[in-house]
Design a protein around this ligand. Sequence first.
Ligand SMILES: [Zn+2]
Length: 82
Amino acid sequence: MGSGQGKEEVGLRMSIPEDVTKFLRQHKGVAYCDGCIQKNVGLKLRQQAQRVTGAIAQTPEFIREKGLCSNCGGDKLVTKYS
Ligand SMILES: [Zn+2]
C-alpha cells in the first residue's frame, strides 16, 4: 500500500471460477473435459479446473457427466453449460 509501484502478478489470478464459468457459458451446450478447460482458460494445473467444475456441477446451470469431450474427443468426465 505504501509503494507507488504496483506489482502485477501475471498468472496468479483470483478469478479462476469466474474464468471457467465464463468460458463454459460462451460455449453453451458444449462439453469440455477438465484438461481442455484448463488449457482454454489458461490455468496452470488441471486440478484448478477440476476444483471449479466439481463445484459448479452442484448448480443447476452446469452439467458434469461421463461423456465425450468436444475439444479433444476424450471419453471422460466433461462439464457443460446447459
Ligand atoms: Zn478434452
